[in-house]
Each structure stands twice: as C-alpha cells, then as structure tokens.
Design a protein around this ligand. Structure first.
Ligand code: ADP
Ligand code: TRP
Length: 372
C-alpha cells in the first residue's frame, strides 16, 4: 500500500464536470485502494484570497464538495492544512536549504510576475501613452526570467524600477513551492496525484528533499513521485471547447435544476432541423450523452440521430434527464451535509488528528538533525 497525498486550494472556483471526471473521480479510485489523504490547502490560498470571510466560505465549500463526492465515512483522510501546525515549521526549516535560484525558476512565480507586469503595462498605457508602454514592454521581453536565465542583480534592478508600486506579488507566491514541499515531505508521501501544472512543484519538492538530505548527511526525506492522470478524455463544455472555468462554458457539479436546464438548452449545435439526419459524432450534445448515459441509452439515442423526427431540442431534453439522474447522488449527499455543518467540522478535525499524529515523530527527528 502506497502513501498518497494531494492538496486542493480553496480559491472559490466551483467544481465542474470536467474536473470531476478528469481529476477527482480518478483520484478517488486510486485513493481508496491505498493509504490516502487529501487536504484543503488554505495556507496556500492566502497568497491570493485576502478576505477572512471568503477564505472561510471557500474552505467550507471545498469540504462540502469533497465529502459529498467521497462520502462522509470515506477511508481517505480529509483535513485542513492549517490544522497541522508543524507544517509551517517544516516550511521554515526547508526554506533554509532551498536555493533562491531554484525558486526563481518556478512557473507559478513567473506567471504571477508576468501578470503583474501586464497590469503595470496597461496602467502605463493609460497614464503615459503607448510609447512609454512599448519601452516597458521591450524591457520586459528581455527580462531574464523569460528564458529561464537565473537570477541576478539585473532582475532586482528591473524589478525595483518597474514594479516598485506593484504590491500584488507577495512573498507567499515566491515561497509557495517550499510550503508545498513541506506538505508532501512531512508524511513520507510516495505518490502525489496532481494536474500537469503542478509537475514542476513536485520536481522542486524532490530537489528540496535532496538538498536537505545532502546538507545534513541524512536520508530522512523520501523522494515523492507525481502521478498525472493520462488517457482521460477531455470533456467538452457547452460551446464545444474543452470544459473549463476560464471559458465560462462549464456545467457545475452542484448547479441547481434551473441553471442546469439553462446550460443544457444553450449547448451549441449546428442548424439541422428535426427531420434532418444528424451526425452524433460531431454533436456537442451527444458527446455529453455518450459520457453520462448507460451504453444502451447511448445506442438508442445514436439511432435517433440517424433517423428523421428527432431534433437537437429532443436530444437536449434527454441529456438534461441523464445529467439530473447522474448528479442526484452528489446533490443528495450535499443536501444532507449542508444540514450538518458540525459533522463536517468533526470529520475535518478527525482527519487532522490522524495526520498530526503521523508527523510528530518525523518532526522530532528533523529537529534533532538540524539542532533545534
Ligand atoms: P479549468 O480548465 O477549469 O481551469 P483546471 O485546470 O483547474 O480546470 O483542472 C483541474 C483538473 O481537472 C485538471 O488537471 C484535469 O485533470 C481536470 N479537467 C479540467 N477540465 C477538464 C475537462 N474538460 N475534461 C477532462 N478533465 C478536465
Ligand atoms: N499547489 C497545489 C495547487 O495549486 C495545491 C497543493 C498545495 C498541493 N500543497 C500540495 C498539491 C501538496 C499536492 C500536494 O493545485
């Protein structure tokens, strides 16, 4: 049995059917066969969520979502990152063996820097006219971060000059991968299921573990491996592109009946009429039917596409029924949990108790090794 751990950031985004099928259900399947835990990374969310109310609401929403999917009695430990006080301590210890140059290479940091730069550029365009903005742009294009060159006083001076007044990029964003390394290394994790965008963070986690082991001539930290789900089909959204929160084309796991109906009815199709023969394999409605209906029903709907008298309106109504049925267990579980917030809290506390107990001995050893 492997030790499996992953974290999800409570940023307030709704879970959609693409996330469910492409990430969460495959994780659940793997997790239930192993010794697994999933935590709500509320400390990580502090880099971007700046309202106590929002953070609390997002964290609760995330707990509701995961317990609705996994079941309240799941063998997978579900907990809140901030309920494990030794993690920030380990984070600090790891900070001191992590090279600055390693962190400068983090995509997450560079992306944030780039976003800030773009914002700054827009501001310049507004205030100082396009010409000055182009100057800035030229400088940014030659920015050493853009081609992975390391470091430098050059960066610092460009940064100081151009970004002095940009308070958006905080040290939490810069330190983010080290906190993530602490999350993973504290539990001797074997496997970390993540999306492709987190691959670099796992490489950094291994680098940080090696740096610690080398510095203190120990093998205390185990090197974890990422697990990136391959071969998952991409679920299309209501406009036919990949379902994604950034396209606003998603169907939410917990959309209410009215929203679900509105979204299904607005799925984009071609303009064939009721009596035209239609190609199911080129239809966005059918792509969702194929994913969520039983094989028998899929075949019966396929036959209807290939005969007159069946319009896209009919197909959409069938899809609505299929999705409503598919989502019902999740909606029922959520309705039950919404009435029992104290049950969720108790379960999160139980998860934290187990995970805290697991790292106590390890942290004792780490402290001995570094001399604390
Ligand atoms: P979004 O595109 O909505 O921003 P994320 O990038 O946050 O989604 O996705 C998190 C995980 O959910 C991804 O690693 C991927 O495995 C899965 N996922 C997201 N959208 C889809 C989709 N349309 N089809 C299949 N899997 C998806
Ligand atoms: N960085 C991850 C994300 O943005 C969330 C996360 C934090 C995480 N700590 C982790 C994932 C530890 C896996 C393991 O999605």
């Amino acid at each position: 049995m492997k030790k499996i751990l992953t974290g999800v950031k409570p940023t307030g985004d709704q879970m959609h059917l693409g996330n469910l099928l492409g990430a969460v259900l495959p994780f659940k399947k793997l997790a239930e066969k192993n010794d697994s835990a999933i935590f709500i990374a509320d400390l990580h969310a502090l880099t971007s969520v700046k309202s106590a109310e929002d953070l609390k609401r997002n964290t609760h929403e995330m707990a509701l979502t995961y317990f609705s999917i996994f079941g309240i009695d799941t063998p997978v430990h579900i907990f809140r990152q901030s309920d494990i006080p030794l993690i920030p301590k380990l984070n600090w210890i790891l900070n001191n063996v992590t090279p600055y140059s390693l962190m400068l290479r983090a995509h997450s940091f560079k992306d944030s820097l780039f976003n800030d730069a773009l914002q700054k550029q827009k501001e310049w365009e507004r205030n100082a006219g396009k010409e000055t903005a182009n100057e800035f742009n030229k400088k940014y294009k030659n920015h050493p971060f853009n081609d992975d060159n390391e470091i430098s006083s050059q960066v610092d001076s460009i940064y100081a000059e151009q970004f002095k007044k940009v308070p958006i990029l905080n040290m939490g964003v810069f330190n983010y991968p080290i906190l993530m390394a602490a999350d993973i290394l504290a539990y001797d994790t074997d496997i970390v299921p993540v999306g492709q965008d987190q691959k670099q963070h796992l490489e950094m986690t291994r680098d940080i573990a090696k740096a610690f082991n080398k510095t203190y001539k120990t093998d205390i930290f185990k090197l974890p491996t990422e697990y990136i789900e391959k071969d998952v089909a991409t679920l299309p959204g209501i406009d036919g592109r990949k379902m994604s929160k950034s396209y606003g084309n998603f169907i939410g796991l917990f959309d209410d009946d009215k929203t679900l109906k509105k979204k299904v009815m607005s799925i984009v199709t071609d303009s064939k009429g009721v009596d035209d023969i239609k190609n199911p394999d080129e239809c966005n409605v059918f792509a969702l039917i194929r994913t969520f209906a039983t094989p028998v029903r899929v075949e019966s709907i396929r036959a209807k596409y290939l005969a007159p008298g069946y319009g896209y309106g009919h197909a959409k109504l069938e899809l609505l029924e299929i999705l409503t049925e598919y989502l019902k267990p999740y909606h029922d579980a959520r309705a039950m949990l919404e009435k029992n917030p104290e049950l969720i809290e108790a379960k999160l506390q139980e998860g934290a108790r187990i995970m805290n107990a697991r790292i106590e001995a390890k942290m004792q050893k780490v402290k001995e090794v570094v001399g604390l």
